[in-house]
Design a binder for this molecule. Sequence first.
Ligand code: UDP
Length: 482
Amino acid sequence: MGNETDQLHVLFFPFMALGHMIPTIDMAKLFSARGVRATIITTPLNAPVVSKTMERGHYLGAQIGLRVIQFPSVQAGLPQGLENLDQDASPEIRLKFFLAMSLFQQPLEQLLQEYRPHGLVADAFFPWALDVASKFGIPRLAFQGTGFFAMCALQSLTAHKPYKGVGSDTEPFLLPDLPDEIKLTRLQISNDLTLGLENDFTRFFKEARESEERSYGTIVNTFYELEPAYAEHWRKVLGRKAWHIGPVSLCNRDAQDKTQRGKAASIDEDECLKWLNSKYPDSVIYVCFGSVSKFPAAQLLEIAMGLEASGQQFIWVVRKNKDEGDEEEWLPQGYEKRMEGKGLIIRGWAPQTLILDHEAVGGFVTHCGWNSTLEGVSAGVPMVTWPVFADQFYNEKLLTDVLKIGIGVGAQRWVPFVGDFVKQDAIEKAVKAVMAGEKAEELRSRAKSLGGMARRAIEKGGSSYTDMDALIEELKLYHAQI
Ligand code: UDP
């Protein structure tokens, strides 16, 4: 390899969506904390998300580099300035965005030639990265961005197609060969899968799965104690190589690190903490649906009314369309005035882990994106589960049926980015149940115990710490032998 020293050098190339970039950056920080040189590759408009971390990283003595490559907007037929999936776009543009990823093959090849790193952590959405890495004898580690449970559930679905054996879209079917009895309905999974469709999207995801399977292994942002049966199932029953190194978000220990994750927060850190500091422990529910889903005004209105009716204090993060100027459409009249001191609305981007980790927060209404799920687990809070699409219905099952730290709001339908329509009564009921219902204490105590396990997992001697050691040693050995 081209490195003059014995120091390992790993390149990280995340898919350009915040739910992929944020954990990849955290992962690079964890590697660099173990003395591995880490270089993150991204495009110009995504560079600030990484560079903020680097400024802090250098200050902390970490070694994280950034390499910026152009986004092939013209070649891909995409509008200039669209470099991240969190930006507003039509379904056609989103498809083009996914397909544009293959245009990074050539620039990645040049970078591997130049750096000759010891490992390439490339997003599962870059299936072609395996061939590029193999050309240089570099192990490609796939990063999926989800947990073992969801990986096993998807594998069960694609291998056994149990959705074919039911008479309707709402009849539950069992996912075969999983450690627990897990049931889903056809409504809760993608149409592409249930209808057996073949299109650019399905081909893209199929390729991604196949490439991951042929890769050197998969890095999973999870910890063993969270889903031991599924970690074993993935490795021993399905025979796949994987390392669990999470929850990676826990590498952000102080308030500034937490505030700087992702985009610039739409609320001042001190203002946010002051608000939370004025509340009793476990008295606030945090409501946020991740970085890409965006609900229509009618749904936001139901949330506003459901939260008010629940009588609970809340912080609610609302992602807004650029052109959605009129607040009255989604907020009942005089709402914010009525809620003053009781409910805080953050329009745009929230410092999520800063909020979740505050002792005043005692619950989380989540879309069950994997990062949010793990961040909720790490903070030791019970959750109201409101899956929208992607892996989120599987993650909901993990929280409600396996870990029993979540209560479903009743979202039944997989609808990309927008979600099923949920009425205010259901929201009120689920929020009350998690914060103050009969089972709230039970849920909270299980959640707190898992939070403790999460923190121990990444400390020296913990399960994730040890697995990361194993991966680093294996990469060293791999290169010593060639
Ligand atoms: N996030 C945040 N502030 C927000 C919204 C999201 O910090 O206002 C972070 C959140 O902490 C998580 C990531 O963005 O790390 C979202 O990833 P997730 O997998 O939960 O959902 P996705 O955005 O991929 O649907």
